[in-house]
Write a protein that binds this ligand. Structure first.
Ligand SMILES: [Zn+2]
Length: 86
């Protein structure tokens, strides 16, 4: 799966963003290294301070808005017979 990319607000690099559970327009920045400091003195990986932050997904990831003219009355609704499903 190819993830969309957004610019990290911290280090300004393009970082993959994964959809966040339950939030259609939000995503979580992929973990990425701190700019210029990959490992600390102990040899542990250092993450950018904005790693895993919740950000807005790029526009392409949002739900499309359809512009459809709906008729005032749909066929069959005047009697109710066609939609008496319950
Ligand atoms: Zn960053």
């Amino acid at each position: 799966m190819k993830l969309p990319r957004v610019q990290c607000p911290g280090c300004k690099r393009d970082v993959a963003v994964a959809p966040a559970a339950g939030q259609l327009t939000k995503g979580r920045l992929w973990r990425h290294d701190h700019p210029g400091l990959r490992r600390d003195a102990n040899g542990d990986l250092v993450s950018c301070s904005r790693s895993l932050e919740i950000v807005d997904l790029p526009v392409g990831g949002r739900q499309m808005e359809l512009d459809i003219d709906e008729p005032d009355t749909a066929p069959g609704t005047e009697t109710g017979e066609a939609y008496a499903l319950f």
